[in-house]
Design a protein around this ligand. Structure first.
Ligand code: DX5
Ligand code: ZN
Length: 247
C-alpha cells in the first residue's frame, strides 16, 4: 500500500483562529489539511465556501508537487459538485473530492426542496473536468453506497478519467465527532485487494482507538478531526496515526 498521508480535518479547528490553526497543524506533522465543504443540501450541515478557503491558503505553503505536504484536500459534501470546481481551484484547493452520490444525481440531497437544476454528471466526465482545471480528483462514497460502483472509474483506461484517490466514509457525512463505523472496512479491504497502489482515504471517527483496524484494512490517507484538534498533544496523535499505517 502507498505510504501514510495524515489529513487533519479543520472542521474541528477553532474557526475564529483558522489561519493559525492550519499552519500549526502542518508544523505539528500533518501532511494535508482536510477541508470539509457542506452545503446544507447534500448533508444537513453548513460550513464554509471559497472565500474562507482563499483566506486560509496563504497560511500554508501551497504544494508544488502532487500529494505533497500542504495539500488542501477539499471534501465536497455538496449537491452540485461540477458547479464549484473552478471556484475552489481559484481559492486554493489542490484535491477536489466529490461524492459519487451527488455526481450521479444532483437531487441526491437531504432536502426535498433541493435544486433540481443540474443535469446528471458522469463521474468520469467530472474527474476529467477536475483534472483539466489542474487539481487532483477524488471520489467519495457514503455508508449506503457499495464500493463496487467505483470500479468503473478506477478501471478506466484513460488516466484523465481515473480518480487519484477514493474516500470511504466511516460515518454518515455531516458532522465531526461521530462514532467510527467498522462496518465500512470491508469496502476498504475490497478496494485495496483490487488496487494495491490506490490512495484510499477514510474519514469519520478515526483516532488512536480505531486507526489499527483502518490501517489493517488497507487505508493509507487518514482524516482525523476531533482526535487531532481535541488532543493535548496533536503532534503525538499525528505520529501515532502515521506509525499505525506505515508499520
Ligand atoms: C464528516 C466530515 C469529517 C469530520 C471528521 O462529515 O467529513 O471530515 O470532520 O471528524 P472526526 O474525525 O471528528 O470524526
Ligand atoms: Zn470529511
Amino acid at each position: 500500500a502507498p505510504k501514510a498521508i495524515i489529513a487533519p480535518s479543520i472542521l474541528s479547528a477553532d474557526f475564529a483562529d483558522l489561519g493559525a490553526e492550519c499552519s500549526r497543524t502542518i508544523a505539528q506533522g500533518a501532511d494535508w489539511l482536510h477541508v470539509d465543504i457542506m452545503d446544507a443540501h447534500f448533508v444537513p450541515n453548513l460550513t464554509f465556501g471559497p472565500p474562507v478557503v482563499a483566506k486560509i491558503r496563504p497560511h500554508v505553503d501551497r504544494p508544488t508537487e502532487s500529494f505533497a505536504k500542504g495539500t488542501f484536500d477539499c471534501h465536497m459534501m455538496i449537491a452540485e459538485p461540477k458547479k464549484w470546481v473552478k471556484e475552489f481551484k481559484a481559492a486554493g484547493c489542490d484535491l477536489y473530492c466529490f461524492h459519487y452520490e451527488a455526481a450521479i444525481d444532483s437531487t441526491a440531497a437531504e432536502s426535498p426542496e433541493a435544486p433540481r437544476t443540474e443535469q446528471k454528471t458522469s463521474p468520469r466526465e467530472l474527474i476529467r473536468y477536475i483534472h483539466e482545471q489542474g487539481m487532483l480528483a477524488g471520489i467519495a462514497i457514503k455508508p449506503a453506497t457499495k464500493a463496487e460502483v467505483l470500479f468503473e472509474v478506477l478501471d478506466s483506461g484513460d488516466v484523465k478519467e481515473r480518480p487519484d484517490m477514493v474516500l470511504v466514509m466511516t460515518v454518515e457525512p455531516g458532522f465531526g465527532g461521530q462514532k467510527f463505523m467498522a462496518s465500512e472496512l470491508p469496502k476498504v479491504q475490497a478496494l485495496r485487494a483490487r488496487y494495491p497502489d490506490l490512495n484510499i482515504e477514510v474519514d469519520g471517527g478515526l483516532g488512536p482507538g480505531t486507526i489499527d483496524q483502518a490501517a489493517d484494512a488497507g487505508a493509507n490517507v487518514i482524516v482525523a478531526g476531533s482526535a487531532v484538534f481535541g488532543a493535548k498533544d496533536p503532534a503525538g496523535v499525528i505520529s501515532l496515526l502515521r506509525e499505525a499505517v506505515d508499520k
